[in-house]
Design a protein around this ligand. Structure first.
Ligand SMILES: *[C@@H]1O[C@H](CO)[C@@H](O)[C@H](O)[C@H]1NC(C)=O
Ligand SMILES: *[C@@H]1O[C@H](CO)[C@@H](O)[C@H](O)[C@H]1NC(C)=O
Ligand SMILES: *[C@@H]1O[C@H](CO)[C@@H](O)[C@H](O)[C@H]1NC(C)=O
Ligand SMILES: *[C@@H]1O[C@H](CO)[C@@H](O)[C@H](O)[C@H]1NC(C)=O
Ligand SMILES: *[C@@H]1O[C@H](CO)[C@@H](O)[C@H](O)[C@H]1NC(C)=O
Length: 371
């Protein structure tokens, strides 16, 4: 167990502080994957050719890039981190937020900028009296590296989130993490919001409330994201970090593509963008293309739902979120309440903008008021 209470925050005399334990937990899931109809990439010309195919004018009527589903049982090592407010002596009684990051990051997305930073979501949540449980989605950060074509798909990642939640709820995730007696919320960013949404559509009893950030259910602008990445092979793009990876892991080319996808100028610090680019993680073609196969009808979920995105979110709103987030309301007919919030001066990577703390305050307020 690593204590990472911020020495800097204490030095600066900050009243609030948090402590974290990092750990690995082994989980086994049983879930379907879809067999790719395309061959593994032998070179970067083949990844770009697949991008041509899936963004073509006739893509919606062309043959699917996937064949039938096959069920598998897989065991993964998941790298996770549990954080609690230092002042609080009974962490089991705390309400917790389970944090699922999106494409291009690992769980450090939730601790952007370091412990004393206003970009740090974990700090904002623990200051508000919550525990947090963040984890690296498979093939990111310290979690198991898996086959990007077959295993790195949405249904398997949904099963991972289900297993982490169940194990946490029944107190078996790790000896350093107590069995909770409080509420268990799920907060996602982007792909992590897809998974958090699908979790309550699949298994509504596992969550006491969800917050979906950097997300909508309108996929009209997904192609702009895909095209802007140009499906660069991660092993060629950052050979020092990803040189040994399968060609099935891809990424966008550079800092300016990162800005185009994630940030709204001039509402970010160039140093934050540079850090995000050098510390990025690749994604798999299969995970983006199977995002639509998990369940979205959350008719049986009766707990609070907040959808909050930056006004300039490119991927999920075509850079203007007004009027888009509420399109998801029919998928949450039983939510009490269902609310949307458009955060000003913010792009898709919400935690990387100057007013990240404004976003965080809206989320903590929503959970306090409604759950
Ligand atoms: C905890 O939950 C997991 C996943 O549902 C299950 O496999 C395990 O048997 C449960 N353990 C206990 C002690 O309930
Ligand atoms: C996406 O939003 C646009 C703009 O409001 C709308 O015209 C379109 O019908 C929406 N698409 C879906 C699939 O909801
Ligand atoms: C690639 O794998 C080799 C052999 O396991 C290892 O020595 C090397 O450090 C790895 N390189 C990278 C970039 O991961
Ligand atoms: C809601 O729950 C009912 C009863 O278990 C079930 O029949 C129905 O399929 C569920 N609806 C959805 C959308 O999951
Ligand atoms: C920061 O975000 C909050 C929450 O949306 C908002 O109330 C506040 O006006 C924003 N601050 C600035 C300087 O834009």
């Amino acid at each position: 167990m690593r204590q990472s209470t911020s020495a800097l925050a204490l030095f600066m005399g900050a009243v609030a502080a948090f402590q974290c334990s990092s750990f690995k937990t082994t989980i086994t899931v049983s879930a379907p994957f879809y067999q790719p109809a395309f061959a593994p990439f032998a070179n970067h010309y083949q990844s770009v050719a697949l991008l041509n195919a899936v963004t073509a004018r006739d893509a919606s009527t062309a043959a699917s890039p996937f064949k039938g589903a096959v069920n598998v049982v897989e065991t993964f090592s998941i790298s996770a981190e549990y954080c609690t407010p230092t002042a609080y002596q009974h962490p089991a009684h705390l309400d917790v937020q389970i944090l699922t990051h999106g494409l291009g990051f690992d769980k450090s997305y939730w601790r952007s900028g370091g412990d004393s930073s206003g970009y740090n979501y974990v700090r904002a949540a623990t200051d508000a009296g919550y525990a947090t449980l963040s984890y690296d989605r498979i093939s990111n950060g310290g979690s198991s590296l898996v086959d990007p074509y077959t295993i790195q798909q949405a249904p398997i990642q949904l099963a991972v989130l289900e297993a982490i939640t169940s194990n946490y709820r029944n107190g078996t995730i790790h000896p350093s993490v107590p069995k909770p007696s409080g509420k268990v919320f799920h907060v996602g960013h982007s792909y992590g919001s897809i998974l958090s949404h699908a979790l309550v559509a699949t298994n509504p009893s596992l969550s006491d409330g969800i917050v979906l950030t950097g997300y909508s259910t309108n996929t009209t602008w997904l192609g702009e994201f895909l095209i802007s990445t140009d499906f660069h092979l991660a092993k060629e793009n950052q050979p020092q970090r990803f040189g040994n990876r399968s060609a099935g892991f891809v990424t966008w080319p550079d800092e300016l593509a990162n800005q185009y996808i994630f940030l709204s100028y001039p509402h970010f610090d160039a140093a934050v963008l540079a850090y995000a680019e050098t510390h990025k993680y690749p994604f798999s073609v299969s995970e983006v293309l199977t995002g639509g196969v998990v369940p979205y009808n959350a008719a049986n979920f009766s707990k609070p739902v907040l959808m909050i995105s930056g006004d300039a979110d490119l991927i999920f709103c075509g850079s203007d979120c007004h009027g888009i987030l509420e399109q998801a309301a029919p998928l949450f007919p039983g939510a009490k309440p269902f609310e949307t919030y458009v955060q000003p001066d913010t792009g898709h990577g919400m935690n990387l903008h100057y007013n990240a703390s404004g976003t965080y305050a809206v989320i903590q307020r929503f959970l306090k008021d409604n759950a």
